[in-house]
Design a protein around this ligand. Structure first.
Ligand code: SER
Length: 598
């Protein structure tokens, strides 16, 4: 059978619509209100508050396709299965149906001739074998049996396979996973006896608990279902392909790259380019721009790596745009933001291509010079030298625009390593010299923000404190998004603010700014901060020790204390004047403010 990825996506949404699910759009790739991660990495991430009990405006049955980015494996992209961007199909019960409906509907969607029409003999399932947290999941097994799944196709597996959690704390529960036969000949065995012959295609998680920081489990306010089916993988599997790069999702890009590279075409390089361009387009359409910091740094790495792979195949000049256009056309019907931001996407990619295209060749020569220098030193000293110094890696970054991970990759190709700690020291010293904000490094990239964004972030804290003072302590942050130009902030409040209230909040913030406040950060235990009434949302996503930003005026008044990952201004003198430019409804019970610093 041949089934296109677009057909699977559409059918999935349609099927769950017939089961009274509301189709909701994908959340943007960059989490709105969670500084602890750079990108959404699973379908459930944007829905965590609703799994924890907050009512969802679209009701209790939801279906979606969520854009996800996982950056932990960037270096592995190029093999035949790793991807940085993928789409997760998911259906959700937020305190509504549970195991029976979830399993029955998954079975119906997969096997009914009206939907995917898969021969049930191609499927096997796993259920949770039980431990001290939760009992053996006989209930799910029984539901599978009632649908005709033979006993020897139901495997009971331990928590490592059949327990799903978003992180060390938060919503979790046992799951049942559905596998498709990818072995030779007639399907046989199951996940316990022949694990390599079966490929997981769908995971139904029965969310029942909220794992606490001390490891204990609290029941969730109501039982939920979170299912996840990776579109790329399911498309490959159902079409009998071993690799995602053989599917309709990737074939057109690979063909285009082959056309451009001709005899220098290289499989690994082409896969890297095809993967990275998809990710780059979606990142830019969700507001990320290439930078040396945070999300923008990951984007820059992806685009520059794609440029380098093209250059290795002898393709230089402005070419990525051709592929970006293909990505935009493919996704326009699914994620309208790629069309809305078409020009911006093409512009950013072209700018990056022009910028890096100029320095790549020189940087490569510089790299070769470094290697020659190391060889000569080796000959002189008689000692083996395999580590490139932090200073040299920093020069490649600073002068030639080589992301340090790229230098590491090139070094590896030469059997060398780099002194990463040394690089980071140089990088930090450089940051201090250029007086950019002080965030330093964190996993996945270089954390930092522009001065304007940082100031608006600090203004957000003051505004929340002001809102709580003027409107009452029921006000809690429900989302935020900051660009260099403005802040957007959603908060819980039942009615429109009056002009007097808006002025009062502006005055609160401006008084704080003018009092020449200083910002200090203290680390304290999460429970201590919570008990003290420190503002914050998404507590469950923070570790046991949290950073609390405290803003104290020159007059000694404590204006704000809030849980946060930073960064913030050190003092308020250069922040300017705070002004609320818009106050409007965001969704039921949630107001939205747009504000600027002038
Ligand atoms: N949260 C589960 C997963 O990502 C199901 O969506 O696999």
């Amino acid at each position: 059978m041949t089934i296109l990825s677009s057909e699977i996506r559409t059918k999935y949404l349609e099927f769950f619509k017939t089961k009274s699910h509301a189709i909701i759009p994908s959340a943007p790739l960059v989490p709105e209100n969670d500084p602890s991660v750079l990108f959404n990495t699973a379908g459930m991430q944007p829905l965590v508050p609703y799994l924890l009990g907050e009512p969802h405006p679209m009701g209790k049955r939801i279906v979606d396709v969520q854009k996800c980015v996982r950056t932990g494996d960037i270096d592995d992209v190029g093999d035949n299965r790793h991807l940085t961007f993928f789409e997760m199909l998911g259906n959700w019960s937020l305190g509504d149906y549970f195991k029976k409906e979830s399993i029955t509907w998954s079975h119906e969607f997969l096997t009914s001739p009206e939907w995917l029409g898969i021969d049930q003999n191609m499927l096997t399932v796993t259920v949770f074998e039980g431990n001290s947290d939760a009992p053996r999941d006989e209930e799910s097994a029984e539901i599978w049996r009632s649908l005709g799944m033979p006993n020897d196709r139901i495997s009971y597996l331990p928590a490592v396979d059949n327990w799903w959690a978003a992180g060390p704390t938060g919503p979790c529960g046992p799951d049942t996973e559905i596998f498709y036969y990818v072995g030779n000949g007639v399907p046989h065995g199951n996940c316990a006896t022949n694990p390599d012959d079966w490929m997981e295609i769908w995971n139904n998680v029965f969310m029942q608990f909220d794992r606490q920081a001390d490891g204990s489990l609290q029941p969730l306010p109501s039982q939920c279902v979170d299912t996840g089916m990776g579109l790329e993988r399911v498309t490959a599997t159902l079409n009998g392909f071993k690799h995602v790069f053989d599917t309709d999702i990737f074939v057109p890009y690979l063909a285009k790259i082959r056309e451009l590279a001709r005899e220098k075409y290289d499989d690994r390089g082409a896969r890297i380019i095809a993967d990275h361009i998809r990710t780059a387009v979606h990142m830019i359409s969700d507001g990320v721009v290439p930078k040396n910091v945070a999300q923008g740094y990951i984007l820059r790495r992806l685009i520059r790596r794609a440029i380098r792979e093209f250059a290795r195949m002898g393709v230089t000049g402005v070419v990525l745009g051709e592929l970006a256009k293909m990505v935009i056309e493919t996704f326009a019907p699914v994620y309208p933001s790629v069309s809305t931001h078409r020009e911006k996407i093409l512009e950013e990619i072209q700018r990056e291509e022009e910028k890096f295209g100029k320095t790549l060749a020189d940087g490569t020569r510089e790299f070769e010079k470094i290697v020659r220098g190391m060889k000569e030193a080796e000959l002189k000293t008689g000692q083996s030298i395999t580590r490139i110094s932090g200073q040299k890696a920093f020069t490649l970054f600073d002068t030639y625009g080589f992301p340090v991970e790229m230098t590491e990759e090139i070094a590896k190709e030469h059997g060398l390593t780099i002194d990463r700690a040394g690089f980071e020291e140089k990088f930090k010293a450089h940051q201090e010299l250029s007086r950019t904000a002080s965030a330093g490094m964190f996993k996945g990239g270089l954390a930092d923000q522009s001065d304007k964004t940082t100031a608006l972030h600090s203004a957000c804290h003051l505004m929340l404190a002001g809102l709580r003072q003027v409107l009452g302590t029921h006000v809690a942050q429900a989302g935020s998004n900051i660009t260099e130009e403005r802040l957007r902030f959603d908060f819980t409040h039942p009615e429109k603010m009056t002009p007097e209230q808006i002025t009062a909040v502006e005055n609160f913030v401006n008084e704080a700014i003018q009092s020449s406040l200083t910002v200090t950060v203290v680390e304290e235990s999460k429970s201590g901060a919570q008990t003290r009434g420190v503002s914050g949302s998404f507590w469950e996503k923070y570790p046991d020790t949290v950073k609390v930003y405290k803003m104290v005026g020159g007059n000694g008044k404590v204006y704000s204390e809030e849980l946060c990952g930073g960064p913030h201004v050190e003092n308020s003198l250069k922040m300017g004047t705070f002004k609320i430019s818009k106050e409007e409804s965001s969704s039921s019970g949630v107001r939205r403010i747009k504000a600027v610093l002038q």
